[in-house]
Design a protein around this ligand. Structure first.
Ligand code: FAD
Ligand code: AMP
Length: 479
């Protein structure tokens, strides 16, 4: 006899664990199945995000930023630090401790909320029956009125660069190096590649980023992307656009990368090569032939706007379904699905998904970019504020960047906000809230912001939409 639940969640990454905890809070008898094993072969919750994604990358980005700030900029503000050094194993150990505390925290939250956990692999069969195989190999039958698939994604691989234990690594490997490589190659100038490249560049590697596209960060507002490229180059990262990697050769402890650009075939030799060419949805061994769940042409589980699959009562959320591969997008989908199971009626607003790149300067945006609006022939107006004019940024000795607000030309409703600068991963939330509430640029202009804060940049950019920012010299200012 199968053990029966109201809801079974498959996967305890951010999408799955949010779904499971909220389902239990709503009084649903909930189970969560998770197969992740850490380096010591111990079960761990939290998925990619907690184990090898958002959290460990931010731990290393923060640590390496503190180092480079101390090294290059402390003297500018009157702090003299002479014998600065780094201890990579300690940095990695601290990162591992943060990860471990958080993954244990998820286990604690499951317990506190009464989520039944199963540590092992789930396979979905017809009629919402789930075959569970524990890490020891025991098989158990489970079933539920509702299934939530949240099996996430894994790093994409490309044939020219097969991952090897030590020389060619994926994003997880790049978060676990025990020393600073002299020369590091990064394939892919997406968010992951640039974050990881930044970490090791700051710690002393010569980082060369090879990117197939001719355009840098095509999804980012062009103005912001231009400024970002300038800053990363200034930091010493060698970003080569329009370069397609075609092969690799292992030469002792080094890897030779073959690539081509507009001038022809070239090569570079590295001590470490990081492959960061995107992620693919993960459904390996998940769906029995009779599960009724279908995949789209790119391998994502096919779902509608409410995250329902083609199989009745089976839902899918997070990286394994369409949309941006971001932790918070999956979390909100997970919560929406179980709240709807419990009879509530929430929706995910896919027009207001913030995206952040945690380099320095940070890049963040929500809503639509100028290039997108232009391509659609839509009429809009913009206001920008350079962080160089922010009193708080000057006081903090970090004035790189800008904030741009885009509003509908006629209604003034905010259509997108784009930022580059220090700490703007925190500021973008203000723009998301404004957009969620359908604010106009004038609404933000009429709102009082604390002084002196970086947030005032958003206030000023909103005022600039109407042409009357206070701290921007503009002779054509409107009344
Ligand atoms: P995952 O986190 O991938 O979790 C899926 C879980 O399902 C895994 O634990 C897996 O073991 C389990 N599973 C799979 N199949 C089965 C099965 N058959 N049975 C049982 N369990 C199964 N996003 C952000 O929003 N902000 C960031 O700063 C950020 N930084 C990132 C940095 C890096 C280096 C990387 C790689 C990613 C980053 N991301 C970031 C992306 C983010 O990690 C993902 O969007 C997020 O983890 C997706 O959540 P998920 O729950 O859908 O899937
Ligand atoms: P993202 O999907 O945002 O993480 O970005 C991954 C990046 O890797 C994209 O910008 C791709 O263009 C890039 N990419 C994919 N394959 C290759 C390749 N063979 N050589 C160089 N860049 C690549």
């Amino acid at each position: 006899m199968a053990t029966k639940f109201d809801v079974i969640v498959i996967g305890a990454g951010p999408a799955g664990y949010h779904a499971a905890i909220r389902a239990a809070q709503l009084g649903l008898n909930t189970a969560c199945i998770e197969k992740w094993l850490d380096k010591d072969d111990k079960p761990a919750y939290g998925g990619t995000c907690l184990n090898v994604g958002c959290i460990p990358s931010k731990a290393l980005l923060d640590a390496s930023h503190k180092f480079i700030d101390a090294k290059n900029h402390f003297s500018e503000i009157g702090i003299i630090s002479k014998e600065l050094d780094i201890d990579v194993p300690k940095m990695i150990a601290r990162k591992n401790m943060v990860v471990s505390n958080l993954t244990k925290g998820v286990a604690g939250l499951f317990k506190a909320n009464g989520v039944t956990t199963f540590e092992g692999v789930a396979k979905l069969h017809a009629n919402r029956s789930v075959e569970f195989t524990s890490h020891k190999g025991d098989v158990e039958s489970l079933e539920a009125d509702h299934i939530v698939i949240a099996t996430g994604s894994v790093p994409a691989e490309i044939p020219p660069c097969p991952i090897t234990d030590n020389l060619i690594v994926d994003s997880a490997g790049a978060l676990d190096l025990d020393a600073v490589p002299k020369r590091m190659g990064v394939i892919g100038a997406g968010i992951v590649g640039l974050e990881l490249g930044s970490v090791w560049n700051r710690l002393g590697s010569k980082v060369i980023v090879l990117e197939a596209l001719d355009e840098f960060l095509p999804l980012v507002d062009a103005h912001v992307a231009r400024e970002a490229l300038k800053q990363f180059k200034k930091q010493g990262m060698d970003i080569r656009l329009g370069t397609r990697v075609t092969g690799t050769e292992i030469k002792g402890k080094k890897v030779k990368v073959l690539y081509s650009d507009s001038e022809g075939d070239k090569s570079e030799t590295f001590d470490k090569l990081v492959v960061a060419v995107g992620r693919t949805p993960y459904t390996e061994d998940l769906l029995a032939a009779d599960s009724g769940v279908t995949l789209d042409e790119r391998g994502f589980i096919y779902v509608n706007d409410l995250c329902s699959t083609d199989a009745p009562g089976v839902h899918a959320v997070g990286d394994v379904v369409r949309g941006p591969m971001l932790a918070h997008k999956g979390m909100e989908e997970g919560i929406m699905v179980v709240e709807r199971i419990a009879g509530k009626k929430p929706l995910v607003n896919y027009d207001c998904v913030p995206a952040v790149m945690y380099t320095h300067p940070e890049i963040a945006w929500v809503g639509r970019s100028e290039q997108e609006l232009k391509a659609n022939g839509e009429k809009y107006k913009t206001g920008s504020f350079p962080m160089a004019a922010s009193g708080r940024a000057m006081a903090a000795n970090d004035t790189v960047g800008l904030i741009k607000v885009i509003a509908d030309e006629e209604t003034d409703r905010i259509l997108g906000v784009h930022m580059i600068g220090a700490h703007i991963s925190e500021l973008i939330a203000e723009a998301v809230i404004a957009m969620e509430f359908g604010a106009s640029a004038e609404d933000l202009g009429l709102t009082m912001f604390a002084h002196p804060t970086l947030s005032e940049g958003l206030h000023e950019a909103s005022l600039a939409v109407a042409g009357h920012a206070i701290h921007i010299a503009n002779r054509k200012r409107k009344k």
